[in-house]
Design a binder for this molecule. Structure first.
Ligand SMILES: [Ca+2]
Ligand SMILES: [Ca+2]
Ligand SMILES: [Ca+2]
Length: 430
């Protein structure tokens, strides 16, 4: 009953816009009756015949071009027929199913419309209504089912030479049969061999070893149906300066930069931190990157390995704390915006005159991309060393103490602090 009322209302609205005082009242009534009848499912003739008042003036629909389109609508459609613009025709309405659309009359035999969105695939009736009658063409327009689709995160990944394991990419599909253990994933033409099916629409695949750097497509295939997405990027070798060690807090004093409510003290140095910034215009995959402290006798002593996956957005920062539970740092997929050392400590010396932090891949074949060297005494308890050009690329290799300064005070809570884990010197976000 609601449908019947809706269509009748639309028709009245259309008639109200007509200025022709000579219209025949009997035709108006006949047209309204025909529309109401059509919505009950009895009016579809398939032949597009007019159902209004008897006579040659009733509109006729002979075809739609195109006769199909996507569920999202937006398809320009030309309706062919007759008696669309005769005198006394009044305002023309077109309905796809029960949805009225705007009409651009082109001639007495042609109407231009745009197909509206629809919820379910399949055919709908199309009606042309004017004062002369109603033409119903049953099943005249078919909504096509959505094709398979694929999305992925993160959008960049790499693989490791020694283990031949890759960054884990989470793939979400729509329009495929439910995923099973038989699912296959390919990066370009290379099959991923490490797969974990999460649910019927999600699989995690590792980037296969040996792919050339650059853009590649990902294809997920299940039950003979494939979904492909473009735009995944296999990361090449990072250049010096692509990642900057932007800030280091060697001596937290009694401060609490990881914000877990436990200020560092004595043997608890969990608030030591290293802040990295991606200085490039692209996301950087940190998976397999290892931070090493070369101070003291422990050459290339690893202090953190970024978990799989860890991605740093363009211009973004990530903080590695010595420990604790970093709180209230912005969420960034599984890896987060702040991490605690995978080695349980950073062991950043408070007093060494030379401290180096460098980054290697977990195997020696990967070039060092980050070298930080502090050749001066650390600034003091609770004060970090920070990039003078906060967040900008440091071009000296290795970075020098001259590239850094003692962190200026910034407002925080009721007072001030002299560090800025995960944010800029003034507390603004990266
Ligand atoms: Ca703390
Ligand atoms: Ca320390
Ligand atoms: Ca900072």
């Amino acid at each position: 009953m609601r449908t019947r009322l809706l269509v009748a209302t639309l028709l009245v609205a259309g008639l109200a816009g007509c200025n022709d005082g000579n219209k025949q009242g009997t035709r108006k009534q006949a047209a309204a009756a025909a529309v109401t009848s059509g919505t009950t499912g009895t009016g579809g003739t398939g032949a597009g015949s007019g159902q209004g008042a008897p006579g040659v003036d009733a509109p006729q629909v002979t075809g739609l071009a195109p006769a199909s389109g996507p569920l999202d609508g937006g398809t320009p459609v030309v309706i062919s027929g007759s008696n669309f613009a005769k005198s006394n025709a009044g305002q023309t309405l077109v309905l796809f199913g029960n949805t009225a659309v705007a009409v651009t009359p082109a001639s007495d035999t042609e109407l231009h419309v745009t197909a509206p969105a629809h919820t379910q695939p399949g055919a709908v009736d199309v009606r042309v209504v004017n004062d002369l009658g109603v033409a119903t063409r049953a099943g005249a327009f078919t909504y096509a089912p959505r094709g398979p689709s694929l999305t992925f995160v993160p959008g960049v990944g790499s693989s490791d030479l020694a283990t031949q394991r890759g960054t884990r990419i989470r793939l979400s599909v729509k329009g495929l049969p439910p995923l099973t253990a038989a699912v296959t994933v390919a990066f370009g033409g290379t099959a991923a061999t490490e797969l974990t099916v999460v649910d019927a629409e999600t699989v995690v695949a590792e980037v296969p070893y040996g792919l050339p750097p650059g853009a590649t497509a990902i294809t997920v295939t299940e039950g003979g149906v494939a979904a492909t997405a473009q735009g995944f990027r296999v990361q090449g070798t990072l250049a010096y300066g692509d990642l900057t060690i932007n800030e280091v807090l060697f001596d937290p004093g009694s401060t609490d930069p990881n914000n877990d409510g436990v200020p560092s003290a004595g043997n608890n140095q969990s608030d030591e931190f290293i802040e990295l910034v991606n200085t490039t215009a692209n996301p950087v995959d940190l998976t397999f990157v290892v931070l090493c402290d070369q101070s003291g006798q422990n050459q290339s002593n690893p202090i953190h390995m970024f978990p799989n996956p860890t991605t740093l957005p363009p211009g973004g920062a990530i903080v590695v704390f010595a420990g604790g539970t970093p709180l209230e740092f912005a969420a960034r997929h599984a890896s987060g915006h702040a991490q605690a050392s995978t080695h349980g400590a950073l062991n950043l010396s408070n007093s060494n005159t030379t401290t180096e932090i460098l980054s290697l891949e977990d195997r020696s074949v990967f070039p060092v991309v980050l070298v930080f060297r502090a050749e001066l005494s650390t600034p003091g308890a609770g004060i970090s060393l920070v990039n003078r050009n906060d967040g900008q690329r440091i071009t000296s290799n290795p970075a020098r103490a001259a590239d850094y300064e003692a962190h200026p005070a910034r407002p925080h809570g009721q007072g001030t602090v002299r560090h800025s884990a995960g944010v800029k010197k003034d507390g603004a976000p990266f």
